[in-house]
Write a protein that binds this ligand. Structure first.
Ligand SMILES: [Zn+2]
Length: 215
């Protein structure tokens, strides 16, 4: 048996032989509790370290491409735009990191909002299911969620930082939940059919830490 703690949220994965009983697995997990806690603390410390200050020179991703942040001061209005490899953030000089984050997040949201309908339309055609509502939400630990009963799908705001392929993968994944609730073999078969490269995209997505962001 072996045990892993996965970033970014410290999910615990235990690999066991098929013959292992529940009690043995539980014993094994309990015996590693302090190690698990330690791993989780490390992830949290890492997340705190990457907390952004929203100052010139920091790097931000937009649709999988890296940009240098250029903070420009304006007392007239807030604004965000891309120019010549730079991500320009216009804010008041006395604005706090939280206020700057808010301005930038609004812009990321607008980016995602403008791209989402096209991706959804394409993926819905492939999967053959239809969500009644799509929402963009800043989530700490999940790329997307699906409320199967109400056919309501939430997409993580931070997908605007990843490649468009990642967005298509998450949208497909959530649409497949309207066919299969669990991440079982049937679910994987659907993914293989509708999004054959899903495994690679999933790995690359989960290797990227979610930025520390307040909700
Ligand atoms: Zn899922």
């Amino acid at each position: 048996m072996y045990i892993r703690v996965l970033p970014p949220d410290g999910k615990v994965l235990i690999t066991v032989p098929q013959t292992a009983g529940d009690d043995a697995i539980r014993m094994f997990a309990v015996s590693r509790i302090s190690w698990i806690k330690k791993q989780r603390e490390n992830f949290e410390a890492q997340a705190r370290q990457t907390k952004r200050q929203y100052v010139t020179g920091e790097r931000y991703y937009v649709w999988g491409r890296r940009y240098r942040l250029d903070v420009q001061y304006s007392n007239v209005r807030n604004g965000v735009f891309l120019t010549g490899g730079r991500l320009v953030l216009q804010v008041r000089p006395e604005s706090t990191p939280e206020q700057r984050e808010h301005v930038l997040n609004d812009w990321y949201r607008a980016q995602l909002k403008s791209k989402l309908p096209e991706v959804v339309q394409k993926c819905e055609r492939v999967v053959g299911t239809h969500a009644s509502e799509w929402k963009i939400k800043n989530m700490r630990t999940k790329w997307g969620t699906c409320n199967i009963e109400h056919k309501r799908i939430w997409i993580n705001l931070q997908l605007a930082k990843k490649t468009p392929e990642c967005l298509a993968y998450v949208v497909t994944h959530e649409l497949v939940h309207l066919l299969e609730r669990n991440h079982n073999e049937r679910f994987q078969k659907y993914m293989d059919t509708f999004f054959p490269e899903w495994r690679e995209v999933k790995i690359s997505l989960n290797q990227q830490m979610l930025d520390y962001m307040s909700e």
